[in-house]
Design a protein around this ligand. Sequence first.
Ligand SMILES: Cc1cc2nc3c(=O)[nH]c(=O)nc-3n(C[C@H](O)[C@H](O)[C@H](O)COP(=O)(O)OP(=O)(O)OC[C@H]3O[C@@H](n4cnc5c(N)ncnc54)[C@H](O)[C@@H]3O)c2cc1C
Length: 421
Amino acid sequence: MNMPLPSATSTLDFTPAVGDMPFTPLQRELLSTAHRLGRDNFAARAAQWDREASFPFANYDDLREAGFLKLCVPTAHGGLGADYPTYMMVAAEIGRFCGATALTWNMHICSTMWTGVLADGIPMTDEQRSEHAARRELHFGRIVNDGALYAQPFSEGTAAAAGRAPFGTSAKKVDGGWLINGRKIWASLSGAADYYGILCTEDKGDDHPDARDTLYISVPATAEGLSISGDWDPMGMRGTVSRNLTFKDVFVTDAEQLMPRGIYFKGAQTWPAMFFTLAPTYLGLANAAYDFTVKYLRGEVEGEPPVQRRQYPTKQIAVAQMRIQLESMKSLFTRAITEARPNPTKDQKLRLYAAHHSVMEGANDIARLAIRTCGGQSMLKHLPLERLYRDSRCGALMLPWTAELIVDRMGRETLYEAGEQ
Ligand SMILES: Cc1cc2nc3c(=O)[nH]c(=O)nc-3n(C[C@H](O)[C@H](O)[C@H](O)COP(=O)(O)OP(=O)(O)OC[C@H]3O[C@@H](n4cnc5c(N)ncnc54)[C@H](O)[C@@H]3O)c2cc1C
């Protein structure tokens, strides 16, 4: 008699960064692959990208081979069909082993999730729906058939990325397509992406740019008039290679429009959880700092002398504090990803903000405690902790939901109902 073989879809032999919860068979399978890739390949390479401030191309070869570039492309289009919560769990697992890979992978995945599962939840007219269906076919095909990589440069150094002003980069309608002019900063995957999915404002020729006219358009890396500039030597997340892009009369065809006119603006209002996708990277980093601390205090870090430090009550208290904070981050995170949906209730939205703030600030808190607890030798460069500390500092700075802006939103949206002044 054939006994069913134990497989990744029935058991997990590790605790995922997101914690234990009832996973679907697809979630178990994807988490197992992410964990294996991270543990066996990404962890050992992470120091190299950090030292060189270079893009993790080798990790992307692995992600491509595992089908992870098409993770959120619907199965009907040849993808793996992962939904929002599934992506968020898998991303946290990758972040546990390489923050820069997880963060850049998020930029790519968003180009498929926004046009896929999120767009399906945004109201559109029949005409817009069929326009979108035709265009995303091309976009998904590039990823599924050619393994194309997408970046997501929005930031401009103005109030636009915070959602408080129209984007300064403009797109003017011309015969057969769009003419793009402007500049983006902090474009992760600069020089590595095949396409840059930019947000820009439709130039209607009336000198009144309006955020409702935001367009989401992909610009091929080979487009004439697109250039990359600027030094890249940041404190953390050095493997993201987030340089500046300049667009000078860049022509792209109509087919490059990733969403119909006006739909991005509606999407940002309908689906606030779309901005929470930056958080799993940092939940992964928090797990890594905690895991390292436990191993280090037990004298079990490979290549290090087996000195045990766990007998000191202060170490035990610190580990307990770290675990309490990590558990609370995981609980808020899992609650937020399971209730992510279009048009969340006010309570769901406030919880989402709380989850984001807790993960983005908490990741660096845990890394800080880890260094304090493990001590001076633990911050030497041959160990991962000082990199985790630097990488984890970046989360709370990312727009549109920096830690400051989240607090600002939470306070205002708690005390004022929609429409109240
Ligand atoms: C590792 C890393 C990778 C990144 N990758 C990308 C990417 O791929 N694509 C991309 O588009 N961006 C990316 N960013 C940029 C990021 O999202 C922010 O745009 C950037 O960190 C903002 O920095 P700034 O100094 O320009 O912020 P500023 O706009 O100068 O703001 C400074 C601070 O002021 C506060 N603030 C800003 N606006 C307001 C306001 N209206 N009201 C009140 N307070 C405000 C915020 O807390 C903010 O942190 C990345 C950033 C990092 C750190």
